[in-house]
Ligand binder design. Structure first.
Ligand code: ADE
Length: 223
């Protein structure tokens, strides 16, 4: 999979993409992430990419021309499954969307900043608008990092233990059950007996019950 990201702050994305699982996915050749600084497409030699909003009001708006130039340059090279704009007024990001997007070949993500991007870019090019939650970030970069991580880890071959993405919280509509490792007793607290006896049918049953109970307690809205 290839992901292109248009951003005014590529530095914000470099670290999350270059460590741990995202790094491994790229080293294995399963994921390519390319950052495109919007300033490379600025309208003048001052590097201008934003301007005051029509109608007045605080906050700058990212201009049409630099974004349009950046998007069209990328579109001339390949076809995108989705052109995604990260925005707090987008559709709430869910595991199911990550699953669907992980089947893509090419994704283009646009990070907004300040008051956002000119509406005409959204109308003309954007095919999917995504919010990662009901709060406002300073820009779309951290949201794009969240998307790349959650999508990238679902690409077959990226995780070492292929089954582990399937047992994540939300993957079957439930929160994940509690997990334990050694020692079997810590500060007088024992690992549940069922996990120690090697009866895998019983263990699966116990995990499912725990997942249900946890979901009922913490996220009844999921049931
Ligand atoms: N940009 C600013 N806030 C955001 C959010 N909650 N989700 C996605 N992009 C954003």
């Amino acid at each position: 999979m290839r992901i292109d990201i248009i951003t005014v702050l590529p530095e914000l994305l470099e670290s999350p993409l270059n460590h741990s699982i995202m790094k491994r996915a790229q080293e294995k050749g399963l994921l390519e992430v390319h950052l495109h600084p919007l300033r490379n497409f600025a309208i003048n030699k001052h590097g201008q990419v934003d301007d005051m909003q029509y109608g007045g009001g605080a906050g700058m708006v990212i201009m049409c021309e630099p974004l349009s130039k950046a998007i069209e340059a990328l579109q001339s090279e390949r076809t995108y499954d989705q052109i995604i704009y990260l925005t707090p007024d987008g559709k709430n990001f869910k595991q199911q969307m990550a699953n669907t997007l992980s089947l893509s070949t090419n994704l283009l993500m646009i990070c907004g900043h300040y008051k956002g991007i000119d509406q005409r870019i959204r109308d003309l090019y954007v095919t999917l608008e995504i919010s990662i939650g009901d709060y406002v970030l300073s820009g779309g970069e951290l949201a794009a990092a969240v998307l790349v991580d959650s999508i990238g880890r679902l690409i077959p071959g990226v995780l070492n233990d292929e089954t582990s993405a399937l047992t994540d919280s939300h993957q079957d509509g439930l929160l994940a059950p509690p997990v334990y490792t050694r020692p079997a007793e810590f500060k007088n607290m024992k690992v549940p007996e069922v996990l120690l006896n090697g009866n895998f049918a019983l263990i699966e049953e116990w995990r499912h019950e725990q997942a249900l109970q946890r979901t009922e307690e913490r996220r009844p809205d999921l049931l």
